[in-house]
Write a protein that binds this ligand. Structure first.
Ligand SMILES: *Cc1c(COP(=O)(O)O)cnc(C)c1O
Length: 442
């Protein structure tokens, strides 16, 4: 074997060994089932099929078309809507489809969640970096002028009254809801009227909460007044890394289709469409149970951290209505260091989280590389079969490492021992699966 090939295989093996002993708490991540993994390594990954099923630019698409139509139908069933485009290869790409469909080419205007308060980089007009202006996706690719919606820091949500004023004055073409820090449903209903008044469309970036919406536990944006949703399919919706656009209004369908292809990409990732179709069959069967537990675990985890002395945001609102928990760790700044440091300490014990800006961080002189917050998510640990009592165990690990300052090297074997019982993906059909055996043997 080539030396480099051996090296590649051995690095992958090390990653698998690490992640299988870890506690994965990154809110944007999840784990796919054996059946999804199998679909994702099928021959579709070698093929081209530009366009819409039935009107492709390539031959050989008979089965690809069948799967893509099936996947669209499953999406429509899961989200109860008329239209689903499963071609955008990521959530950002799905956002671009909305920008293309709902804003004009020059001087386009959008209102979205402020980035420092949980908005996504793909909503950004620009970002200053080492004195240079680096434009975010909305700014660079689409040239949008973006004005942020008003934000209520205490309730960690969009402030409807403040936002109505901004929208009246700015007159955007698109109002985009949705965020990366997303604890509570956004006020879509409350802003539909002002959107009509200024002639704006309403988009909803459901990248994080797609699964919660599909299973019926978050808000239902299409019924509350959103014209279209952009989704990632691999966060609370546990599919492969890909994106989608959904909508309910017949009159938007052609525009949304064209805004994706040929406007934004040529081929899409056909194997991931197959994987997404499988994931949707799982969520139609097990999603109610799974996502109920994801949210219950998030609440239990928040409570358990709170009881151990952590400052979890929004206690007055029951901490969270989603898969996320946000913790303010600024008070540990003097002893342990801020977000960056705590992230490293946890990682050394094999607890994988990410640091996050809190709404007031920049005002208080903190930086996105070393912010005052942690954003934690329960999607993956729930999929691995953990329940409320395990949320208490994980909170205890946090206490040992951050409050009691035990050494990560001492806690790491305890984490591995704890994880031993949770090495199977739940909430899916049990299928014999060669791909999975291969991955496990790898
Ligand atoms: C994660 C995220 C995205 C981007 O998703 P990708 O699939 O990684 O491109 C878009 N919007 C929000 C709010 C997100 O959190």
């Amino acid at each position: 074997m080539s030396k480099k090939l051996a090296e590649i295989r051995s690095i992958l093996e090390e990653h698998h060994a690490m992640i299988s002993k870890a506690i994965p708490l990154i809110a944007s991540e999840n784990i796919t089932s054996p059946a999804v993994d199998e679909a994702c390594i099928c021959d579709f990954s070698h093929r081209y099929a530009e366009g819409w099923p039935g009107s492709r630019v390539y031959a050989g698409c008979k089965y690809i078309d069948k799967i893509e139509v099936l996947c669209q139908d499953l999406m429509k069933e899961y989200f109860q809507c008329n239209f689903a485009d499963v071609r955008p290869v990521s959530g950002v790409m799905a956002n671009l489809v909305l920008y293309n469909a709902f804003t004009s080419r020059n001087n386009g205007k959008m209102c979205a969640m402020p980035i420092p308060k949980g908005g996504h980089i793909s909503h950004a007009p620009f970002q200053a970096s080492s004195g240079r202006l680096i434009y975010g996706t909305a700014g660079t690719v689409r040239g949008l002028e973006v004005k942020y919606l008003a934000f209520d820091e205490e309730n960690m949500n969009i402030d409807p009254d403040g936002s109505i004023k901004i929208i009246r004055e700015f007159k955007p073409e698109l109002i985009l809801f949705g965020a990366s820090v997303f604890l509570f449903p956004h006020p879509v209903k409350e802003l539909r009227e002002v959107a009509n008044e200024v002639g704006a469309s309403i988009g909803y970036d459901g990248a994080h909460v797609a699964g919660l919406i599909g299973s019926g536990y978050f808000q239902d944006p299409l019924r509350e007044g959103a014209d279209a949703l952009s989704l990632s399919c691999h966060k609370t919706l546990p599919g492969p890394q890909t994106g989608a656009v959904i909508a309910d209004r017949e009159d938007l369908i052609e525009d949304l289709k064209n805004a994706a292809f040929p406007a934004l990409f040529s081929n899409h990732h056909l194997h991931n469409v197959a994987g997404l179709a499988v994931a949707l069959t799982e969520m139609l069967e097990f999603g109610k149970d799974y996502h109920k537990n994801v949210i219950e675990n998030a609440k239990a985890f928040a409570q358990a951290l709170h009881e151990r002395g952590f400052k979890v945001l929004c206690e007055h609102l029951g901490f969270t209505e989603s898969h996320q928990v946000v913790v303010d760790i600024a008070e540990f700044g003097k002893t342990v260091g801020l977000g960056g440091d705590i992230e490293r300490i946890l990682e050394e014990a094999n607890i994988i989280i990410n640091r996050n800006l809190l709404p007031w961080d920049i005002r208080e002189g903190r930086h996105y590389m070393n912010p005052g917050g942690l954003r934690l998510g329960t999607s993956e640990v729930t999929r691995l079969g953990m329940g409320k009592s395990e949320m208490g165990d994980i909170a205890e690990f946090f206490k040992k490492l951050i409050i009691d300052k035990q050494s990560p090297a001492k806690v790491k074997p305890e984490v591995a021992e704890f994880r031993k019982e949770f090495n199977e993906v739940k909430y899916c059909f049990q299928t014999p699966n060669k791909a999975y055996e291969y991955l496990k043997l790898f």
